[in-house]
Design a protein around this ligand. Structure first.
Ligand SMILES: Cc1cc2nc3c(=O)[nH]c(=O)nc-3n(C[C@H](O)[C@H](O)[C@H](O)COP(=O)(O)OP(=O)(O)OC[C@H]3O[C@@H](n4cnc5c(N)ncnc54)[C@H](O)[C@@H]3O)c2cc1C
Length: 395
């Protein structure tokens, strides 16, 4: 049985997300874009607070843990709306945090859930995942080969009932420097393949030995924060290891909602790039008529619509599979949806730039910004190549 109709509650959630996206997210993104020297969090912190109040950060948490008890389809609906207004706000603040809340809910102990998910300053905590490292290909995470020289080098060594963490993470670490807490990956076994030799630790901001370095300056995603994370003899109680020792790779695979939320945000970008170009094409005149009446332009717009719809359906189906077939969702459908949605976003953004002619590459018009934001999706949360290679054993 296949059904594509949304429930009344889902329509209301979608409407709430759309209003929030248009009235709060979009103006904040414009404010940051207009003042490049501004610290994005000084504006986005309030956006995050308001979104958390609407329940978006705890969207996937069960109601008895203070969440909305929402499904991954609900997440996809919200992220598409936020992504259409600003993909970086959607991806970095809301999708990442909602899915990290879920990871903690799914794999944390009762005591960890109570402590880690407790409100900070009247709102849900902002999380960050510190996984990858400079001078280590992030793609190593997918390496089936064991070896001490493959994969991350940050170490977690036992010292009584604590672990001691040492290492450094890439300047790409999302929310680095502004997050309330970091989920840090560290190696507890150098002999196993990377995905089977890492453990995950909860390190709250302010922990002695935790510090931040260079901030990645990206071509887009101007509303986001990324920074290097350093761990210098950071002492983490054994009670703050999430999941079993050496099983962090499995934890990440078991939250397909993470790539699906990101994919949905990129469907939002694909939609926004299409709608922006369509509206422009209806009013720009050449050869005496609106350019949408020239077939070369019209077909581009039709393709943009078709592919956005295809990406949306893939995301929805992957989201639905999170409940019906989590294994297939994690191993095949979520990476496929993220790959496809980002590819469509990149193509739509490029077509949008083309339809605007010379104006497409100016800062005054949105299309160029869409293209920069779209390209970032390629490498963020693993590249198209890695995601597809990861699927191969399950084909
Ligand atoms: C905006 C943004 C946000 C990010 N946020 C975070 C974060 O919050 N936390 C974090 O830890 N990291 C984060 N990252 C890091 C991100 O996960 C990596 O940049 C990404 O996985 C690519 O890794 P890499 O740059 O090391 O590329 P590499 O692994 O060096 O790969 C380089 C190229 O080679 C290809 N390649 C590599 N190995 C193979 C192979 N075996 N077969 C075929 N092709 C291969 C890749 O597809 C790619 O095209 C973020 C990155 C970006 C851009």
């Amino acid at each position: 049985m296949i059904g594509f109709s949304l429930t009344d509650e889902q329509r209301m959630l979608q409407r709430t997300a759309r209003e929030f996206a248009q009235n709060v997210v979009a103006p904040a993104a414009r404010q940051v874009a207009e003042q490049p020297d501004m610290v994005p969090w000084s504006v986005c912190g309030e956006v995050y607070r308001q979104g958390a109040e609407l329940g978006f950060t705890g969207l996937l948490l069960p109601e008895n843990q203070g969440g909305m008890g929402g499904s991954c389809v609900d997440l996809a609906l919200v992220m598409e709306e936020l992504g259409a207004a600003d993909v970086a706000v959607a991806a970095n603040y809301f999708s990442l945090t909602a899915t990290m809340h879920l990871l903690i809910s799914r794999f944390g102990s009762d005591e960890q859930r109570r402590r880690y998910l407790a409100p900070v300053g009247g709102r849900g905590p902002l999380f960050s995942g510190a996984l990858n490292e400079p001078n280590v290909a992030a793609s190593d995470l997918f390496s089936p080969a064991p070896g001490p020289n493959i994969g991350i080098r940050t170490t977690a060594e036992r010292d009584g009932d604590h672990y001691v963490l040492n290492g450094g993470k890439v300047a790409f670490v999302t929310n680095g420097g502004v997050a309330d807490a970091y989920l840090v990956l560290a190696r507890t076994n150098f002999e196993a393949p990377p995905a089977m030799g890492m453990s995950m630790f909860y390190v709250p901001n302010g922990t002695p030995g935790l510090s931040f370095g260079k901030q990645a300056e990206l071509i887009g995603w101007k509303t986001a924060h990324h920074a290097e994370v350093y761990l210098d003899n950071v002492r983490v109680p054994g009670a703050d290891r999430i999941g079993e020792e050496g099983k962090a790779g499995m934890l990440l695979m078991a939250v397909p909602e993470m790539p699906i939320g990101l994919a949905a945000a990129y469907v939002g970008l694909a939609r926004a790039a299409y709608e922006y170009a369509r509206d422009y094409a209806k009013q720009r005149v050449s050869w005496g008529k609106p350019i949408i009446e020239h077939q070369a332009v019209a077909l581009k717009l039709a393709d943009m619509y078709v592919e956005t719809q295809a990406a949306r359906l893939m995301v929805w189906e992957a989201a639905y599979a999170c409940e019906t077939d989590p294994q297939a969702a994690g191993m095949l459908k979520a990476p496929a949806a993220k790959t496809f949605a980002v590819d469509v976003a990149i193509k739509n953004a490029q077509r949008s730039v083309e339809i605007l002619g010379g104006y497409g590459i100016t800062k005054e018009y949105a299309s160029g910004g869409y293209l920069n934001d779209a390209m970032i999706g390629y490498a963020c949360d693993f590249t198209r190549e890695m995601l597809r290679l990861g699927m191969v054993p399950f084909l």
